[in-house]
Design a protein around this ligand. Structure first.
Ligand code: MN
Length: 730
């Protein structure tokens, strides 16, 4: 692309610096693509000026510089350069897509949309806006990284805006953007956003705090410098590779502390601190030992954020010690990696994630944001969402202590029950009371910073359902729910087992020893792992005991028969016994057969009867035997014709026809059966002299599909002249 002939020096310089930073950080990337985005933005913003009078392009270049300093990728840098093009010029997202690809277009679109959201309007609109913002973030985290950098540069140059606008932007930054940066672990960006916003909202208070800090720094510079040197020596003597830096508490956090705790700056003990950055986790604790060996630690001020990282992933060891001359100071200890994460948060994860496997912290951030969006959708009341969001974003943790001085970090408003579960599940479960600072407090008491909490336990005590209404941590909530569910489950198991035994007695089925292989099959059929689960389902009333018991009964009966070796073997329970057209209701794989006495056909009303040793016999409901058999009501069982009854399957039926004895009768019978495509299995004709008659009796075994076909055949036979009567034998 042709270079613009007149390009302001400042712009040239700013872009030159961006190119340098980018080339140094990402030597493998194509620098030309950064330049293309710059040239395009430059051309589009040509002639536009910022409020400060500078050429507009200075702003996107500066935003890109912030991101390049964080080592962000090409898409991010291009997005930064182009982020105001769609909003402020005639360029469309489509054109961006054509020139710079889909990813850049999506990100530019996201940033543009975020810019259009007015975070300060009516509350419900605000909730909606925040939701949109979060959705945008969930879509691509780079959108929010560009937006935060955009806000950062705008704040750096906010001086040229009118007061009321400064105020609004400052407040919005403190309420929304800084907390998001904090939640994303971006300590450095958050700090600068807060301090700039503070200065924009209340310039007087800001400069007052700054000068107070400066005075304090000057006064203790010598002291700290002495400590730093001595610390460096001791660490190198112990062979702990490290660098020691002085750290000054930032104006905005000093301001908040002074306001919240209503104390003078002299009492801000962590105003000045030293920071040790070492090479390994092991050396963090080693350095802590070196410090405590030299200066006595102030009880209760040791915080192990390595073992217990803050919700945003921050890790460090903090301790306050008593220095020479009774002057206390704070030391923070961390590894290089922890330091980088504390400063850059999600941005650090983003740039190192290439080539990494497993769940990254960035994914955890995304999970957190998704969760927020879900909450928002669940909450009908927008005000409620905003307050939840604020609680979560400001996640002011409460720091409390065990009686032994161990720090426990909990979300704000946490209760002794949360504390108890944070210590150990067993402590939580057995918790019956609590003391804060040696005084008995209710279990739903909101803990305060610095409380020394003691939990009173009683072995065997169980958590109460009410606790769910006041606990704040998900750990406590989950554990309580687990226990309650488990308790309900054990009740269900008990009930289920009793029901099973009672039903077994009713059916006279011994269950003292359940057959292992049948049990395994039953469990598999019900989709459960253990007998206990089966009982639980029985107890919850999800399943019935009877079909299960029958499975065991039938199996046992079959085995008894097998065991009776002196008896002739029972008829093979193959095709006939395992009659596929019949089934016990709700149960497969049970031995079942049609009783030969009534030989029921598909379609006939039937009833099952549990026999000893042969499975379930199925009788026609009007079978005379049934009336006699069914006095043992408990052996009756519902059966049904299987739906899958196939067309080709047929059943033998024995009929006997009383007829005139004349030639041609048999031919007519076979004609009827032929036209019904029924086979004759056997046929026997004889005179009925023994009955004292003059006719004949024809006994036939025929094949039918079902009741309907039989009825049709019998009807046709009856219509043949000379047929006197027909009887179904079986
Ligand atoms: Mn902008």
């Amino acid at each position: 692309m042709e270079r613009s002939p007149v390009r302001e020096d400042a712009v040239e310089k700013a872009f030159g610096r961006l190119e340098q930073t980018y080339a140094a950080n990402r030597p493998k990337d194509d620098l030309e693509r950064v330049r293309m985005a710059f040239e395009f933005a430059y051309a589009q913003h040509a002639g536009q000026l910022r409020k400060s009078g500078e050429p507009y392009i200075i702003h996107p270049v500066a935003v890109a510089q912030i991101l390049a300093d964080m080592n962000m990728d090409l898409v991010c840098i291009q997005t930064a350069l182009l982020h105001d093009v769609v909003e402020d010029t005639s360029v469309t997202v489509e054109e961006i897509r054509r020139r710079f690809g889909n990813e850049v277009a999506v990100c530019v679109d996201g940033v543009t949309k975020l810019g259009k959201i007015h975070l300060y309007s009516r509350e419900e609109q605000q909730a909606e806006s925040v939701r949109k913002m979060l959705l945008a973030m969930v879509h691509d985290i780079r959108v929010i990284l560009v937006k935060l950098s955009d806000r950062l540069h705008n704040l750096r140059t906010i001086g040229s805006l009118p007061r009321d606008k400064q105020n609004r932007i400052g407040q919005e930054t403190l309420d929304i953007y800084a907390p998001i940066a904090h939640r994303l672990g971006m300590g450095k960006v958050r700090a600068e956003l807060e301090d700039l916003a503070f200065g924009a909202i209340d310039p007087e208070a800001h400069s007052d705090i700054v000068s107070q800090i400066e005075n304090k720094r000057k006064a203790s510079q010598e002291f700290l410098e002495g400590i730093r040197k001595s610390l460096e020596q001791k660490l190198s003597r112990e062979l702990i590779p490290s660098r020691v830096e002085g750290r000054l508490k930032r104006p905005y956090s000093v301001y908040v502390k002074l306001k919240k705790q209503k104390i003078p700056i002299e009492q801000v003990y962590d105003l000045l601190a030293l920071r040790i950055i070492t090479d390994s986790l092991k050396n963090c604790y080693a350095a802590l030992g070196v410090i405590h060996n030299e200066w006595p630690p102030i009880p209760g001020r040791i915080k192990d954020f390595i073992a217990m990282p803050r919700p945003n992933g921050y890790q460090s060891l903090h301790t306050s010690v008593m220095g020479p001359g009774g002057q206390a100071f704070e030391v923070q200890i961390r590894t290089e990696e922890m330091h980088r994460l504390a400063e850059e948060g999600v941005a650090a994860h983003w740039k190192y994630k290439e080539g990494r496997r497993g769940k990254t912290t960035e994914e955890q951030y995304v999970t957190w944001m998704r969760q927020l969006v879900e909450w928002q959708q669940e909450m009908r009341d927008p005000g409620e969402f905003i307050s939840t969001l604020k609680v979560d974003l400001y996640a002011d943790e409460v720091y409390v202590f065990t009686p032994k001085g161990k720090v426990v970090v909990l979300p704000r408003e946490s209760t002794p029950v949360d504390f108890a579960y944070a210590i150990h599940s067993d402590v939580g479960n057995a918790c019956v009371g609590a003391k804060a600072n040696n005084r008995i407090v209710p279990l739903k008491h909101a803990l305060k910073n610095g409380d020394i909490v003691e939990i009173l336990t009683q072995p065997g005590h169980m958590p109460s359902k009410d606790w769910l209404s006041f606990v704040k941590t998900s750990k406590a909530r989950n554990k309580i729910k687990q226990i309650i569910n488990a308790t309900e489950r054990s009740k269900a198991i008990e009930i289920g087992e009793k029901y099973f035994e009672k039903e077994a007695r009713r059916l006279s089925i011994p269950i003292s020893r359940l057959d292992e292989s049948v049990l395994a099959q039953v469990l598999a059929d019900y989709g459960v792992g253990k007998l206990e689960d089966l009982f639980a389902n029985l107890g919850y009333g999800k399943i019935e005991a009877r079909p299960i018991l029958l499975r065991f009964a039938l199996d046992r009966a079959a085995e008894e028969d097998k065991a009776a070796a002196e008896l002739p073997p029972p008829p093979p329970l193959d095709k006939d016994a395992r009659d596929l057209t019949l089934r016990v209701k709700g149960l497969n794989d049970v031995l079942i057969y049609r009783a030969s006495c009534c030989n029921p056909l598909p379609g006939e009303a039937i009833v099952g009867y549990i026999t000893r040793g042969k499975g379930v016999a199925v009788h026609s409901l009007n079978c005379t035997n049934v009336q006699n058999l069914l006095y043992e009501v408990e052996r009756k069982i519902d059966v049904e014709w299987a739906k899958s009854h196939s067309e080709n399957e047929s059943f033998d039926v024995q009929i006997s026809i009383m007829t005139d004895d004349r030639p041609g009768m048999l031919a007519q019978f076979t004609q009827v059966l032929f036209s019904e495509s029924s086979n004759i299995r056997s046929l026997e004709a004889r005179g009925d002299e023994e009955r004292g008659g003059d006719g004949a009796i024809v006994e036939m075994k025929i094949e039918v599909r079902d009741k309907r076909q039989l009825e049709k055949i019998l009807g046709a036979l009856r219509r043949i002249p000379g047929v006197r009567d027909i009887e179904r034998k079986s």
